[in-house]
Design a protein around this ligand. Sequence first.
Ligand code: 5GP
Ligand code: MG
Length: 190
Amino acid sequence: MNDDIERILFNEEQILDGIDRVAREVTAHYRGSKFTVVSVLKGSCVFASDLIRRIPIPLELAFVSASSYGDGTESGRLELNFFPTDHEIRGRRLLLVDDILDTGKTMASLAEAFRARGAEEVRTCVFLDKPGRRAVAFDADYRVFQVENLFVVGYGLDYAGEYRNLPFVGALRPEVYSRPAAASGETLGA
Ligand code: 5GP
Ligand code: MG
């Protein structure tokens, strides 16, 4: 698996330092009030689990799973595969946590879906941000790292369903994309 990585962008130590910084910002915002961290599956599960353990104030945890289908138009359609109950949303302050902000369609649509279901406040936190790829006007309230326009894996991020368990973030060797075996399995996203 490590042999498929061309270059490491962020190692474990850098990742945890970055998360410490964002955890402090999040803690300062929510101190004294109840809030729920909503982890966007599957990609953000590693990030969310490290992030919440660095936030030393009460919080609840929820999960959402969605796929956005970019159709070249402004919004893109969002298919919700798994969604928190109304009880977990209505009147709550939510912090949506995702692995990476790319076109922005997933987070923009999800934030809207939670607001429409009665969330009191919706904020967003991403591990990685590719601002150069944005297709909709959207920025996260919190982000750990900005990355250039290249496809990255590891620390929750997959290629064809694999590499999520790498403890660092890296760029795949171009040969990996052209391997026939990788063409089957999961598509990008989620
Ligand atoms: P978007 O912001 O385009 O709606 O979608 C973001 C989603 O696309 C992420 O949650 C992630 O699943 C996927 N994605 C975007 N860029 C990358 C990348 O560089 N690597 C991986 N593994 N997934 C990506
Ligand atoms: Mg995702």
